[in-house]
Design a protein around this ligand. Structure first.
Ligand code: ATP
Length: 470
C-alpha cells in the first residue's frame, strides 16, 4: 500500500488544478480546506471542515474530484469524505450529515424547533423586515375584481380579516402575471394595518431556499428557523419551485406544521395546483390542499380595461380611453404585460410631449403585439422580468452603470435574450443601450460561469427562464 504521502502529493497536484479551474473565492471556500487524511491505490480520504462542506462537495464536486484524480494518476480512486473522526464513504453512499438533518431527511419527525419564547424586539424586526418587501402599491384597494379572480380575492380578504381562522393555508394558483403576488402583498398590508405589531413575513420560495442553504453553510439553522417559525403570517410565493428539492421540502414541511399547529396563517402561491407540482412530496400536496385552493384566471376584456384605468390612476398617468381600450383588446393573457404596455405608451407621451392616439400606440407596441399574436418572447419582456426580479430600474438595463447589483442582472438579461430569443448578438447589444456584440458574448460567458459556480445564482436564472418560457 503506498504511503499516505503519495496520496497526499497526488491530492495536492489535483488541488492545484482546481485552483486554476475555479475563481479564487470558490476555491478558497470549498477546495483549500480539503486535506488528504489517508489513501491507498484505490481510495482516498479527504478531510472536510464541517458537515455542510461534506454535503456540498458530495453533491457538487465529488464527480469532478474523482475525474481529476483519474486523470492525474491513471487509476480509478474512490473518494471518501471525513469530518473529524467519522469516516464517511462519500462516493458510494450519502454523506453523513448533521444528525438533525439526516434525521429529518429520512423520517417524518418534526425537526427541532427553537422554543417559542416571546420574541425579542430584534426578532420581531427581523420578521417584519420581510414584510418590508411588500410593494406598497399592491393593496386590496388597487386590486381590480373581476369574474376571473373574484373567489381568490374574497378568500384573501377573509384571510386578512380573520388570519388562521378563515382558510389555512390559502393556496393561490394561476398563470404568471395574474395577480397572485399582488393578493399576497394585499393580505400582508391589511393585516399590518389592523395589527401593526403582527409578524408578517413575505418571501419567494427561491429566497427561502437560498436562506436555508446559507443557514446550513454558516451553521445558523436555528436562526433561520426562528425567523420563519415565529411569524404570525407566512406568505410564501411561487411554491412550485419546491418541486424536486427534497431537503427544502423537508424543511418547509416542518415550518408549515409548526406554524399551522400554533394557529398561524399560511398563504402560498403557485403557478399550478399543488397536485400538479412535479416531485412535490405527497404530504406537502395534501397539506397545501387542507385549506382553500383558489385559482386566478386571465381577466376578461372589461376587467382588463378596469385594471388599466386603475393603474393609470395609481401611477398618475393620463391616457386617452380609446388607447386604454386598444391595449385591453390586444393584450389579454398577462396583467404584467398589460401594465408594461400602459407604462410604455404613457412614458412616450410624457417624454415627447406628443399626443397619444391609437395609431401611435400601435406603433409603440408593435413588438408586444407581435409577441402576443405569435407568442414570441421579446427582449423587452425579458428586461422587465429581470428588473422586477432584482428590484432595479428598467433604465438600468440600458445605462452604463456598473455596480454589481446592476451589471449582473443586466448580464443575466442579455444571457436570457441570447438563449430564449432568436435576436442576433448585435440586436441584443442594441437593446441594452447600444452595446457591441462582444459585450453580449462576454455577458453570456460570465453568466455561464456564475451558473456553474454559484448554485443560488443558477436557481435564480432557472427561475427566470422557467417564468419566461411559459
Ligand atoms: N386584478 C388586478 N388588479 C390590479 N392589478 C393587478 C391585478 N392582477 C394583477 N395585477 C398587477 O399585475 C402585475 C403582475 O401581478 P403579480 O406580480 O401579482 O402576478 P403573479 O401572478 O404573482 O405572477 P408570477 O407568477 O409571475 O409571480 C402586478 O403589477 C399586479 O399589481
Amino acid at each position: 500500500m503506498p504511503a499516505v504521502s503519495s496520496s497526499s502529493s497526488l491530492w495536492e497536484t489535483v488541488k492545484q488544478d482546481f485552483k486554476d479551474l475555479f475563481p479564487d473565492d470558490v476555491f478558497q471556500l470549498w477546495f483549500q480546506p480539503l486535506v488528504c487524511l489517508a489513501g491507498d491505490e484505490d481510495t482516498m480520504t479527504l478531510g472536510v471542515p464541517n458537515d455542510f462542506a461534506a454535503i456540498w462537495i458530495h453533491d457538487n464536486y465529488l464527480d469532478l474530484i474523482v475525474q481529476r484524480l483519474r486523470l492525474s494518476s491513471g487509476r480509478d480512486i474512490s473518494v471518501r469524505l471525513r469530518k473529524n473522526d467519522a469516516a464517511v464513504p462519500a462516493a458510494a453512499a450519502p454523506v453523513q450529515i448533521e444528525p438533525e438533518l439526516s434525521e429529518s431527511r429520512h423520517s417524518s419527525r418534526v425537526a427541532p424547533t427553537p422554543r417559542r419564547a416571546p420574541l425579542t424586539r430584534q426578532a420581531r424586526a427581523t420578521a417584519n423586515a420581510h414584510a418590508g418587501n411588500l410593494n406598497p402599491r399592491n393593496t386590496f384597494e388597487t386590486f381590480v375584481v373581476g369574474s376571473n379572480n373574484q373567489m381568490a380575492q374574497a378568500a384573501a380578504l377573509a384571510v386578512a380579516q380573520s388570519p388562521a381562522q378563515a382558510y389555512n393555508p390559502l393556496f393561490l394558483y394561476g398563470d404568471t402575471g395574474l395577480g397572485k403576488t399582488h393578493l399576497m402583498h394585499a393580505i400582508g398590508h391589511a393585516i399590518l394595518q389592523h395589527k401593526p405589531d403582527a409578524r408578517v413575513a413575505y418571501l419567494s420560495t427561491e429566497k427561502f431556499t437560498n436562506e436555508f442553504i446559507q443557514g446550513l453553510q454558516e451553521n445558523a439553522l436555528v436562526k433561520f428557523r426562528q425567523r420563519y417559525r415565529n411569524v404570525d403570517v407566512l406568505l410564501l410565493d411561487d411554491v412550485q419551485f419546491l418541486g424536486g428539492k427534497e431537503r427544502i421540502q423537508e424543511e418547509f414541511f416542518h415550518t408549515f406544521n409548526d406554524l399551522f399547529e400554533s394557529g398561524k396563517q399560511i398563504v402560498l402561491s403557485s403557478d399550478r395546483r399543488a397536485s400538479e407540482i412535479a416531485k412535490l412530496e405527497s404530504r406537502l400536496v395534501s397539506r397545501f390542499e387542507w385549506g382553500l385552493p383558489a385559482d386566478i384566471q386571465a381577466p376578461d376584456f372589461e376587467t382588463r380595461v378596469a385594471i388599466l384605468r386603475t393603474k393609470a390612476k395609481t401611477l398618475g398617468l393620463s391616457v386617452p380611453s380609446d388607447v386604454l381600450t386598444f391595449i385591453a383588446q390586444n393584450i389579454s393573457k398577462n396583467i404584467r404585460r398589460l401594465e408594461g404596455a400602459l407604462i410604455k405608451v404613457a412614458s412616450y407621451a410624457s417624454l415627447t410631449g406628443r399626443h397619444l392616439d391609437v395609431s401611435v400606440t400601435q406603433d409603440l407596441l408593435q413588438d408586444v403585439l407581435m409577441e402576443q399574436a405569435q407568442n414570441i418572447l421579446t427582449i423587452d419582456t425579458i428586461q422587465r422580468k429581470v428588473v422586477d426580479h432584482f428590484q432595479i430600474r428598467l433604465a438600468d438595463m440600458t445605462s452604463k452603470r456598473r455596480p454589481n447589483n446592476i451589471a449582473i442582472p443586466r448580464q443575466i438579461a442579455m444571457y436570457l435574450s441570447r438563449t430564449l430569443t432568436k435576436h442576433s448578438l448585435q440586436e441584443i447589444g442594441d437593446a441594452f443601450g447600444g452595446r457591441d456584440h462582444g459585450t453580449v458574448i462576454h455577458a453570456c460567458k460570465a453568466v455561464d460561469n456564475m451558473m456553474e459556480q454559484d448554485p443560488s445564482m443558477r436557481s435564480s436564472i432557472e427561475f427566470l427562464r422557467n417564468q419566461l418560457s411559459r
